[in-house]
Ligand binder design. Structure first.
Ligand code: FPP
Length: 242
């Protein structure tokens, strides 16, 4: 079912908690460099940060959290870094999913599954299946995800479904997105000082608020979560209205 919360109809006064926060977890490599460590150590440190951040957003009442773990462009990184990242992703699934399930978290994947190894694909599908009936926070992992690819894929699926041109609408597009059934992100956070979207949720981000912080992802702790949510709460969203 599509929720109306994703349509930008209402203005929003300051003081609100975002329903959906999406995070570009950037700066693992620079964090590693400042600590005299390898880039894969940086990604490992980034993965060890996930648990406290998921809990911190959950405690503040955020219902959907999307984490950008691997983009369609990240395949162009050196082979050994890609291999290390996938090993870490696999380890995170093995070590965290049961605990997240106990806490009532529902896991979703956004992106392509067909280019992942059969082992990782199976682990992802199992974790989605295991947690699908949970009613707590929804945590989406964007993995082999690209916003432009998502839109192209949606158009292809509509054509394959024989959708008539006059039936193509924003609402129909929404249903063909990986995020079908979820509200659009209210807040997009990018760590490490970069200020761009990098092909992340480009359709869904149309009315998002942005928060950029110089803090590297492995150092983005509970206090940083609180700061980001406090800044969001001070914003007045108008969705094109006055
Ligand atoms: C960007 O840092 C980070 C990534 C490409 C990977 C993020 C992945 C994790 C934190 C691992 C686990 C995640 C999940 C959700 C299971 P960068 O390498 O671009 O850093 P740099 O810009 O400083 O080089």
């Amino acid at each position: 079912m599509i929720t109306s919360a994703s349509t930008p109809e209402q203005t929003q006064a300051a003081g609100a908690v975002p329903r959906h926060v999406a995070v570009i977890m950037d700066g693992n490599g620079r964090w590693a460099a400042t600590h005299g460590k390898s880039r894969s150590d940086g990604h490992r440190a980034g993965s060890e940060n996930l648990r406290r951040v998921i809990r911190a957003f959950g405690k503040r009442g955020v219902r959907y959290l999307t984490l950008y773990a691997f983009s369609t462009e990240n395949w162009d990184r050196p082979d050994d870094e890609v291999r290390a990242l996938f090993k870490i992703l696999n380890d995170v699934i093995q070590s965290e999913v049961d605990e997240l399930h106990r806490e009532g978290v529902r896991l979703r994947h956004l992106g392509r599954l067909d280019r992942l190894s059969p082992t990782l694909r199976r682990a992802i599908c199992r974790s989605i299946e295991l947690t699908k009936d949970n009613s707590g926070m929804t945590v989406c992992v964007a993995l082999d995800y690209g916003g432009r690819a998502e839109i192209v894929e949606a158009a292809r699926s509509m054509i394959a479904d024989d959708v008539k041109p006059e039936d193509v609408s924003e609402d129909l597009f929404r249903r063909y997105m990986y995020t079908n059934g979820m509200p659009d992100p209210d807040l997009i956070i990018r760590t490490s000082g970069e200020q761009r979207l990098s092909n992340f949720l480009i359709w869904q981000a149309a009315y998002a608020e942005y928060y950029f912080t110089p803090v590297y992802w492995p150092d983005f702790d509970e206090a940083e979560v609180a700061k980001a949510l406090d800044v969001y709460a001070s914003r007045h969203r108008r969705f094109g209205k006055v």
